[in-house]
Write a protein that binds this ligand. Structure first.
Ligand code: ADP
Ligand code: MG
Length: 239
C-alpha cells in the first residue's frame, strides 16, 4: 500500500522479491508467543529497529531471506525473534517425545557465537527453547550431552560443527531454519565450502542470511541456497 511505501522510504528499507510482507510496526503486532513478547520487553526493546521491522515480518512467512544492515542495527534479534517463535510454537504443538534440534545459527567466530547464544537464552526464557554452543574450547562433551538430551537451537562456528557432525550421530532432519550471521565475514574467512556442506546436510531449511555488507559472492551463495528469496537492505540502496 501507499502507507507501506512511505514507511519504507522514511526508514530506508529496501526490499526485493515476490510477496514481500509489510514491515511490522511493533513487536506485539505479529502474533508472537506471549512469553517471547515479555522477554523482548524485559530486554528493553520498546520498538523494533528497521531491520527488525522488515526482517521479522519476512522470516515469519517461512521464506528465506538475505538481509543487510549496519553493525549495531539489531540484526541479532531480527533473526532470533522469528527463530524462537517458530521453535517454541512447533514444540508446543508437537506431542512427539523426540527433541531433535529445530534451528541452527552459524557465525564466523566463537565470541560471536557466545553473544548470539546469550541473547537466544534471554529471548527463549520460560519457553521450550534450549540452546547448545558448538565452538572451540574444552566444554564440548557437555555441549554434546546437551544436544543429545534435546535442544531447540544449536549455535556454532562452521568448522567445529563439521567436526562434531563427523564424530557423532546428530539428527538434523528436524532443522527448520538455518541462520548465517555475518555471512560476508564467513566468506572472507574461507568458510564457504563448510557452510555449504552443513546446508546440504539439512532438509531444505528456511535460510536467514545476515550481513553488514552485500557482495556478489554473498548474493551468489544466497541464490544457490534458496529459490524464492526475499532481499532486505537498510540504508543506502545497493551498498
Ligand atoms: P548487529 O548484529 O546489527 O550489529 P546487534 O543485534 O548486536 O546489532 O544489536 C546492537 C545493540 O542494539 C545490542 O546491544 C542490542 O541489545 C540492541 N538492540 C537490538 N534491538 C533493539 C531494539 N529493538 N531496541 C533497543 N535496543 C535494541
Ligand atoms: Mg551482528
Amino acid at each position: 500500500s501507499d502507507q507501506t511505501e512511505l514507511l519504507r522510504r522514511k526508514l530506508e528499507i529496501h526490499v526485493k522479491g515476490d510477496s514481500v510482507p509489510d514491515p511490522i510496526l511493533s513487536f506485539s503486532s505479529c502474533n508472537l508467543p506471549e512469553k517471547l513478547l515479555h522477554n523482548i520487553q524485559t530486554l528493553g526493546y520498546d520498538m523494533p529497529t528497521p531491520i527488525q521491522m522488515q526482517g521479522i515480518a519476512a522470516a515469519l512467512t517461512g521464506k528465506s531471506l538475505l538481509a543487510s544492515a549496519d553493525t549495531g542495527s539489531g540484526k541479532t534479534a531480527s533473526f532470533l525473534v522469528p527463530v524462537v517463535s517458530r521453535c517454541a510454537t512447533f514444540r508446543h504443538g508437537n506431542l512427539s517425545k523426540s527433541k531433535k534440534p529445530l534451528a541452527m545459527v552459524l557465525t564466523p567466530t566463537r565470541e560471536l557465537c557466545i553473544q548470539v547464544e546469550e541473547q537466544a537464552k534471554l529471548l527463549g526464557k520460560g519457553l521450550p527453547f534450549k540452546t547448545a554452543l558448538v565452538i572451540g574450547g574444552d566444554a564440548m562433551p557437555r555441549q554434546l550431552y546437551r544436544i543429545q538430551q534435546g535442544v531447540e537451537l544449536i549455535v556454532g562456528t562452521p568448522g567445529r560443527l563439521i567436526d562434531l557432525l563427523a564424530k557423532h550421530d546428530i539428527e538434523l532432519d528436524d532443522i527448520m531454519t538455518l541462520v548465517l550471521d555475518e555471512v560476508d565475514c564467513m566468506l572472507q574467512k574461507g568458510f564457504r565450502d563448510q557452510v555449504m556442506q552443513i546446508f546440504r546436510a539439512l532438509s531444505q531449511p528456511q535460510v536467514l542470511m545476515y550481513s553488514a555488507t552485500m557482495s556478489q559472492e554473498v548474493e551468489k551463495m544466497a541464490s544457490s541456497m534458496a529459490k524464492d528469496l526475499i532481499f532486505v537492505s537498510i540504508g543506502q540502496p545497493n551498498r
